[in-house]
Design a protein around this ligand. Structure first.
Ligand code: 9MR
Length: 446
């Protein structure tokens, strides 16, 4: 897959070089083996292309045909939100969310979960709550919903739109925020505990360039990474008009440099420059290895929440718009995406032993390694994992004590994750510069 994407992306470069050498104008057409759907084109570089889906439209055949043909990631537009999934306190309803998830899985697509906590679309019962009882109710919500969908969600928007617009760079006021400034990290920890395999994202809008709001979020993510709060990705909604900000790519890159994935989560673009702006946004993602995919917020213009603005890739009757072709071409020309590899080293998995496996997210000059420690047929009381860096250094680590930062680096359990039941597992992680290839973690019970 990677080879194909490299050879595809080299074609225009070679053609351009040839044109320059000949002093001639050469029209570069799409490579002969270019993919013909958005999902397949994104997959060539290891990325996805997704859309928001409304359960109520799944009986519309035109809609479903485009959905099944073009997209390989799905977000429930409303059906996994708090008001939909817990309309009465402690009574959960997953009918709409499950319908969307099952349709997506049946079509070979993955699912982004949206959204565990958001100050809008709180159910009425939660809106009238505050303080510690609200804190308890919201964490329970995160735990219940993430547990229901455990193992089935690619990435969760754990918290949506918690930062204020304008120049403050601070949090938005809400009853959630008033339960204490640590509500976001409490939600991320609860989500990680409930579904360790899902990537956990913070998602927001008006964060598409470098501005006080995106910088406030940047500082939160940096702090989370430094303190070991589990966060894997940041979603940039990208509800745009005419243009992406000129520093769109630089903004994505600065987040990627913190060691999180970046995802474009709700893209729609109104205005007469639509096709160019869609191309620019797609190119920005393709230029960043840690940009793992793009989701548009609906399929046809008539499906959009931005009534009358026609901000999507298909017309109301389901025809492809110029913006569709701009995106498809940019995906086909896209640079290398994330390389996620999983290697497992087994040592002494019998009674008293453990195994360690690493899942690696590598970009140009750095990586994030997530290590899973699995107990053998006896419970663990403590563990030690050694991983070897062939170059570069470990710059931060979480959910473990570390000794060393280059060469053979040793990690041991912290107080809350040393006890692992027989056959059970726990995770820790670290971030480093250079290549994470060949870490070959080995695990010893202590
Ligand atoms: O598209 C969604 C629309 O159908 C809902 O009525 C609305 C409710 O507030 O939410 C819309 O989706 C929003 C998303 O969940 C979060 N970011 C902004 C989106 C557009 O409002």
């Amino acid at each position: 897959m990677k080879l194909t994407s490299r050879s595809v992306s080299l074609v225009p470069i070679m053609a351009t070089a040839l044109a320059a050498a000949l002093g001639a104008v050469l029209v570069v057409s799409a490579p002969a083996n270019a993919a013909t759907t958005l999902g397949a084109a994104a997959a060539q570089s290891g990325r996805y292309f997704g859309t928001a889906v409304a359960a109520g439209r799944l009986s519309d055949q035109t809609y479903v045909n485009i959905l099944n043909t073009e997209f390989n990631m799905v977000t429930a537009e409303n059906e996994m939100k708090w008001d939909a999934t817990e309309p009465n306190r402690g009574q959960f309803n997953y009918s709409g969310g499950d319908r969307i998830l099952n349709q997506a899985v049946g079509n070979g697509s993955r699912v982004r979960g949206h959204a565990l906590l958001w100050h809008q679309q709180e159910p009425g019962w939660a809106r009238s709550m505050e303080g510690s009882s609200l804190r308890q109710a919201m964490i329970n919500h995160v735990t219940q919903v993430a547990t229901h969908y455990r193992g089935k969600i690619y990435a969760w928007d754990v918290v949506n739109e918690a930062f204020a617009d304008g120049g403050s760079g601070g949090r938005r006021d809400s009853n959630l925020q008033r339960t204490g400034n640590d509500w976001i990290e409490a939600a991320f920890r609860a989500a990680r505990a409930a579904d360790p395999a899902a990537k956990l994202c913070y998602n927001d809008y008006n964060t598409d360039g470098i501005n006080p709001k995106s910088t406030g979020i940047y500082n939160m993510v940096r702090d989370f990474k430094a303190r070991g709060v589990p966060i894997d990705c940041v979603g940039f909604q990208s509800h745009l008009t005419n243009n992406a900000p000129s520093d769109y790519r630089a903004n994505l890159q600065r987040f990627a440099d913190l060691g999180v994935e970046v995802q474009i989560t709700e893209l729609d673009i109104a205005g007469s420059n639509q096709a160019n702006a869609y191309r620019d946004v797609t190119n920005a993602c393709m230029a960043i290895r840690a940009c793992t995919g793009i989701t548009v917020w609906g399929i046809r213009d008539t499906d959009s929440w931005r009534t009358g603005e026609n901000p999507l890739l298909f017309t109301g009757s389901g025809a492809k718009k110029p913006a569709y072709n701009a995106v498809l071409d940019a995906l086909n020309a896209g640079g290398p995406g994330p390389t996620t590899t999983t290697t497992t080293t087994s040592n002494n998995p019998g009674p008293g032993g453990c195994t360690a496996s690493v899942s690696l997210n590598q970009w140009n000059d750095g990586f994030v390694a997530s290590v899973k420690v699995t107990a053998g047929s006896s419970a663990l009381r403590g563990w030690r994992v050694t991983a070897t860096l062939s170059n570069g250094t470990v710059t931060s680590s979480w959910s473990s004590n570390r000794s060393g930062n280059s060469g053979a680096v040793t990690f041991t359990n912290v107080d809350y994750n040393g006890s692992v039941p027989a056959g059970g597992s726990t995770e820790f992680g670290f971030q480093g510069t250079g290549s994470g290839a060949g870490l070959n973690p080995s695990c010893t019970a202590t």
